[in-house]
Design a protein. Structure first.
Length: 569
């Protein structure tokens, strides 16, 4: 980290008056702070790592107080990181003089997936493992630790024998179809005298236990007559909400506009869920001469791939066998949530290139049936389908206990947005940059990975073209290097001047406050699915325009309507 980058991070913390998801603040005026193992563990286990800033006092409003003994502090950090953490860490140190105060930054890099979780040796792996969640360090749950440890080797949960089931619980037609596919694809596997049970056992559909054959979990899910009689929660649920939040009621007071459950064999569940979602989303008609064609609100390929990936790659361990795959349709987005985070060496950043299969047996069986291709192309197909539909790229979120894919229906090239983009005709921009500007207008901010997926370019091109937009005063950069995000520069309103407000954001916040009396930054983020920075800017805009009042300070801050929180006399 350069001293210039250190100054930028300090300015960001001081301007926002709070810690950041990737920045932990410590005063350190009286010596080395206690419990440094918490942020060391948390950042090393969290995507992208983070920075521990010493010399800023949160209790005094994030004032610069400086470090008492920077040399001793760096020694202590290095000793704790190298001798008390498992695996040992090597944080990079940067020392800077800002406004006459010595500030020290310890940059903690994310460790390799196969090394996680990093933990404090004295406390042990169960009590000494932490994650960064928002702007706090939280001790990992048993399941989160299990998720990391299971990623070090090949899980075999899909091979588990379901002893309550027998081969009679398998659908004869489905099994016969599978054997026919094997005869075509693997002719050496089956001979005329091959016993049916032996072949199914060799392929992992059944296993022999105490002289009797029983279906495996994968075999029962793919071929079972009714798998949910043994595994009731391994299904897909679908909920359609009226608005953009789960608690927004319809004009008739309904909580759900639709609520379905899809059960049966995996191929049946995938087909039924996909068909129902396609029938639930909006469709428009495009007239082309004497012909017309239907255009769905979300691309069919993106929906199909998201559902197939959720079923094939979810966690089937006993920890989360009671959780379903959830499909949630809102007015502005479609979300597919599967139990369990990403597996192995796959992260949100690299999931387009890397491949790591959690359920090897299940995936191979579905591949034999041509339900999945197991070539790692599903994510790329989703991104391509959204790009071709002129929609923003899918948003992927790995929460370790779940994985969420969000498809948004905001078109990036509507007549309104094109009219807005025309305001920038005097700037030098290529098509990639124009699309990116439209994306930032709709989403509030973007990262380098968003730019790459949006425009199908590599990191180098994305970095260069984003930097050009910053240099032209179109975008503002917050953070540096891998923590950098980009938002519209001051002076460029994110909505057309004729509309005044953004009904997809400000209107929802005001509606929430009218229903519940108040809103916090955290609740705003949850309701809108946006970042802390985006929520802060949105709430500040509403305060400055007089539509909300701010009450409280720091983490107790809440926002109410202008006539609330006042004492009448």
């Amino acid at each position: 980290m350069t001293e210039e980058e250190l100054v930028q991070i300090v300015e960001q913390v001081r301007s926002q008056k709070c810690e950041l998801p990737d920045v932990d603040v410590k005063a350190a005026t009286g010596g080395t702070p206690r419990r440094l193992f918490e942020p060391l563990s948390a950042f090393s286990n969290t995507t992208g790592g983070g920075v521990i800033l010493f010399g800023i006092d949160e209790r005094s409003g994030f004032d610069l107080v400086g470090v008492g003994n920077p040399h001793k502090l760096q020694e202590d950090i290095s000793n704790i990181a190298s001798s008390e953490m498992e695996p040992p860490l090597r944080p990079d140190m940067t020392v800077g003089n800002i406004e006459g105060r010595i500030i020290v930054a310890a940059e903690v890099g994310e460790i390799q997936p196969q090394q996680k979780p990093c933990f404090y040796r004295t406390a042990g792996i169960q009590k000494g493992s932490y994650l960064r969640v928002g702007n706090t360090n939280r001790r990992m749950s048993d399941y989160e630790i299990f998720g990391y440890l299971s990623g070090r080797s090949q899980p075999r949960d899909d091979e588990e024998v379901i002893e309550d089931a027998t081969p009679h619980d398998l659908d004869e037609d489905a099994v016969s179809e599978y054997l026919d596919a094997l005869r075509t694809g693997r002719p050496r596997l089956l001979s005329d005298d091959s016993a049916r049970e032996e072949v199914l056992s060799q392929m992992g559909v059944v296993r022999r236990v105490s002289g009797m054959y029983h279906p495996t979990l994968a075999g029962l899910l793919v071929f079972g007559t009714y798998p949910q009689s043994f595994l009731p929660q391994l299904c897909i649920t679908f909920v359609r909400y009226y608005g953009v939040t789960s608690d927004e009621l319809s004009p008739r007071g309904e909580r759900f506009l639709d609520n379905r459950k899809f059960e049966g064999r995996i191929p049946e569940m995938i087909k039924a869920a996909h068909t129902h979602v396609m029938g639930s989303i909006r469709h428009s008609t495009l007239i082309q001469g004497v012909f017309s064609r239907e255009i769905p609100e979300y691309p069919q390929e993106a929906i199909a791939e998201a559902i197939r990936n959720a079923v094939g790659h979810r966690d089937y361990s006993r920890y989360v066998r009671g959780s379903q795959i959830r499909i949630e349709l809102f007015a502005d987005r479609l979300e597919i949530i599967s139990p369990g985070g990403l597996f192995g060496n796959v992260t949100v950043e690299n999931l387009e290139e890397e491949q790591s299969t959690r359920n090897a047996l299940l995936i191979r069986t579905l591949e034999d049936l041509h339900v999945l291709d197991n070539r790692g192309t599903g994510i790329r197909a989703m991104i391509r389908a959204m790009r071709e539909a002129k929609l923003g790229p899918p948003v992927f979120r790995d929460a370790r206990t779940s994985f969420r894919v969000t498809l948004r229906n905001h078109t990036l090239m509507s007549p309104e947005i094109i009219q807005w983009l025309n305001r920038f005709s005097g700037h030098r921009m290529n098509d990639h940059q124009r699309v990116a500007l439209a994306y930032v207008r709709a989403s509030g901010s973007m990262a380098n990975s968003d730019y790459r997926r949006l425009n199908h370019v590599d990191t180098t091109v994305a970095t260069q073209e984003l930097r050009e937009m910053v240099d032209q005063g179109l975008l503002e950069q917050r953070g540096t290097r891998r923590w950098a995000t980009y938002s519209l520069a001051s002076g460029w309103t994110a909505v057309p001047e004729t509309t005044g407000v953004d009904p997809m954001a400000e209107g929802r916040v005001l509606a929430y406050v009218r229903r519940h009396g108040e809103i916090t930054n955290s609740r705003c983020r949850q309701e809108l699915g946006i970042t802390r920075d985006q929520a802060s800017r949105l709430l500040s805009r509403l305060v400055h325009s007089g539509r909300l009042r701010r009450l409280g300070k720091k983490r107790w801050t809440r926002y109410v309507l202008p006539d609330q929180g006042l004492i009448s006399i």
